[in-house]
Design a protein around this ligand. Sequence first.
Ligand SMILES: *[C@@H]1O[C@H](CO)[C@@H](O)[C@H](O)[C@H]1NC(C)=O
Length: 148
Amino acid sequence: MLLFLVLVCLLKSFNLGEADTTDGFTPVPLTQANFELQRPYNVPLEERYSYEHGIHKLWVYANDKPHDPNSHTQPRTEIRIEGLDYSSGVQQFEGYGFVPNGTSGVTISEIHGASSGATTLILRIYDGNMRYYSGDLVDTGLYDNGLD
Ligand SMILES: *[C@@H]1O[C@H](CO)[C@@H](O)[C@H](O)[C@H]1NC(C)=O
């Protein structure tokens, strides 16, 4: 099974005629220097990632290796955002994604650190629907559509 994700990070907001969810926030520059790319340890980066025309494309197969030979985690191709760690206040990340039809079980966003457990948030796609971990339904019908 192919897990595939396209991520587009944009620093400007769009006016959709609704209240701007970024009102009151201060933009923080996000550059390639903030990106730590992880991929299955036994394949070259270009076999799981590309960056063209401002679009990051990441993909991973269910039978890929983890990112580190000593790791027992699931296979991943991931952009980990570095240098913007925080421990207080309210932070917002804005990005646009695209998940092709047929992708399932892919994590599209993860926030590390929690009062209990390793993560505060994981959003995954199963059968075109976004779920909090594999539980609560967040959004539906997302295959071949843009994700905000
Ligand atoms: C996804 O692919 C399946 C199998 O080809 C098809 O039945 C379904 O309609 C597709 N869904 C979308 C949203 O295109």
